[in-house]
Each structure stands twice: as structure tokens, then as C-alpha cells.
Design a protein around this ligand. Sequence first.
Ligand SMILES: *Cc1c(COP(=O)(O)O)cnc(C)c1O
Length: 455
Amino acid sequence: MTQPYPFEAPASADLFDRGRKVIPGGVNSPVRAFRSVGGTPRFMTSAQGPWLTDADGRRYVDLISSWGPMILGHAHPDVLEAVTATAARGFSFGTPSENEVALAEEIVARVDPVEAVRLVNSGTEATMSALRLARGFTGRSVVVKFAGNYHGHVDALLAHAGSGVATFALPDSAGVPASAAGETIVLPYNDLAAVEAVFAERGDEIAAVITEACPGNMGVVPPLPGFTDGLRRVTREHGALLISDEVMTGFRVSKAGWYGHENATTPYSFGAPDLFTFGKVMGGGFPAAAFGGRRDVMDHLAPEGPVYQAGTLSGNPVASAAGLATLRACDDDLYTRLKATAGTIAQATSEALSAAGVPHRVQFAESMFSVFFTAADVDETHVAGDVSDPVIDYDGAQRQDTAAFGRFFHAMLSRGVHLPPSAYECWFVSGAHDDEAINVVLDALPHAARAAAEG
Ligand SMILES: *Cc1c(COP(=O)(O)O)cnc(C)c1O
């Protein structure tokens, strides 16, 4: 499946033209438009296992995995069976139903500090609702977030966010009132001294600190040892809540997400976060997300308490069935396999880039990883081909050669590998990535690395 580069995609181009007439930018989420890599986004018509098929009939190995949810691969038989059997009994009741209880039970069983959850429809809704709950619980209004951390397109959290906001280098979004942004304090990630300084000054106004459990929206930037624990200590000292956003890491990096992984390797001495947010994997490819945590905090939600939160389709039976079937297949075996696949692809990528003399750095959170095309001038002691310095914050992540990534991306695409179309995103593997799919990636890498080098 080798195509000349750049290659034509006439059916996708036609669909993109049609889309642009009726949808801003032709897409329903900005990063899909390929703006940072250029060219025509591929419109997919089907997906199976590790493969995507586009409107022109070309196949690609999928390293987006729908940004995480397709952890088992596309159209996994267990999930398909659960979805079709459930849908045959009706799509939405507007009343409670068993599937949502079963999905909530599964989440509570997996993540120890989560005693209760509420289901919502997107990660954005989860973080928005968790913030409202934290403000309602504490009676305070200020929220602390970290630069390069993305929590969905919640007004108060769009300041210095990662993901699409990083891709487009938007400092903030237009349309966010100063009053909303004014209640948000943005600090550098992994800088506990900055957190302590802000709390020393304004601790009694701060409702919550929200952090990505392990950031993945500016590339993978793990918390330094003690950072998460330090956030727990400082928030507790000042009566603020700690919200761990596991929308990306939840049920992907381990059975119990980043919490399960980090607490197992370096136990938290000051306790667990108060609230967690989940999405992506737990919906199995359908719109389902959740927030949850301490029982006494969660009981502030309506109808038990005074914090209002609701949703017409929340806990949808079909979405809940997809999520539950997905989580039930996420066993120890799967996580072992995901890590091995990620390791193979990441190592081959690094070797290919080194051979072509492209400075870079690969960072991991278990099976989540990203490749920073870190510019050679990060540190003049590094020569081209060296692995660059660790990236620990947003400033470091932004020192990337995004043009080199664009060339790399298109060379991979032309050889049948669909990477996330941005240098700031993780590469996501699935349990369905078999030898055939992995070999397509390995074969493409040396060509793509040379394309990246030809700046
Ligand atoms: C994807 C993501 C969100 C937003 O979820 P949506 O379902 O896109 O609204 C929030 N937080 C993190 C950490 C994410 O990765």
C-alpha cells in the first residue's frame, strides 16, 4: 500500500468541499481539519480492528484510535454484540435503566477513591460539572489549572490549554468572558513552588486545583515524582479540592487509570484526589463520560444536594452498554499487550528519527506515548540525532519543529499509517494492532524520518 507523496484523495476532497459549505472548517472538532499539517483530511467510511478505510478505498493503520476510546480496536465483536443487542430493545428511555448502574458500578469497582459517579455525555461536560460541584461544595470560586493541560472546551478552562488549542497556538478562545477566565489561575505544569506561592496568597478563595492525571494533550508529560502528592498536600492544607482529569488516561494506562498506576508505583502519602473525571475509553466509542469521587462531595449534586446538573441523554443505555463491554475486556492481558505494542512502535520511531538525524524525544505514560519533534536548539550541547532533553512543561512542549512533524505525518499517511494530525497529540494503540498492522508502521518509519529531515 505505498502511494506516491503527496497523493490524491479525490473522494475525501469532495466530501471536505461539501462539508465546508455547511460546517465551519468542514469538521466538527478543529484538529480533524489538518490545518497544522496541511492537505486534505481523510473522510473515513469504515473501520475494523486496527484499520481505517477512507472514502477513496485506501486502508490506514489507525494510530488515533478515536483519540483513545477504541482501545480494543474498531468494531470489537463483544462491543458490537452489546450495542446491537441493546439497541434492538430501544435507544433511550428518559428514565433510569440497568446499564447505567452497571457502568457506574464498574467504574467505582476499578478506581478505589471513587465512591460514586454521575454519567454525562462528554469529557467537557465532566470537567465543567466537576468544577461546578467543587465550587458548590467549597463556596469558593477560583480554580487553578496548568498550562498545556486540556480539560475540554469549558470556558473557565480554555486558558493556556493543550490539544487543539495548542495546535492552533491560541492563547485563549474568543468568546470566553473575562469574568470566566478571571476566576482561573494558570500555572506552569510540574512547578509545585508556583502552586504553593499562589495558595499562600489566595488559598481561601481557591475552590479546586484541576490537573490532567498525566498530561497527554501537550504530548505526554508525566508528573515529576511527588508532584501529584504535593498538589494533594497543598489543596488539603487550604481546604480546596483536587480534581484529577482522567478523561484520557482513565482505563487506558491501567485498569484504574493513572491513579492506579502512580499510586501502585509511588503510593500517595497525602491521599487520593477528591474528584475524578473520565471519558474516552469508558464510552467505547459512544458519547459517555463521568465525574465522580468522594461520597460526601458527590452528595452535593441534585437531587441529593443543591448543585444542579442534568442531561437528556446522560446514562444512555446503548452508550453505557458499549462502555461496559469495553471496560470488561480491558483486563491485565490487554494492558500488557498495549504496552508491548506501544514500546515496539515508539522504539522503531526513535531509531528511524535518529538514523535520519532528526532531534526528538519520546515520552510515555504506560501505553500512551508521544514523539516530541523538539527543535535542535533546545540545548546546544545536543547535536542533530541526539535525543533531546525531557519535556516537563508546556514551554518545553512548544519548542517543537512542527514543520518537520508535518512532513513526517504526510509521509506516514502516504504509506498507509494515520497518525494524529498534530505534533501535540499522543499516539494511541489498541489491542487489535497485530503484526501485520505493526509491520506497516515499521516499514513506513524510515521513509517518514527522512522526509522529516529534508527541511
Ligand atoms: C479529551 C479530553 C477532554 C475533553 O473530552 P471531550 O469528550 O472531547 O469533551 C477533557 N480532558 C482531557 C484530559 C481530555 O483528554
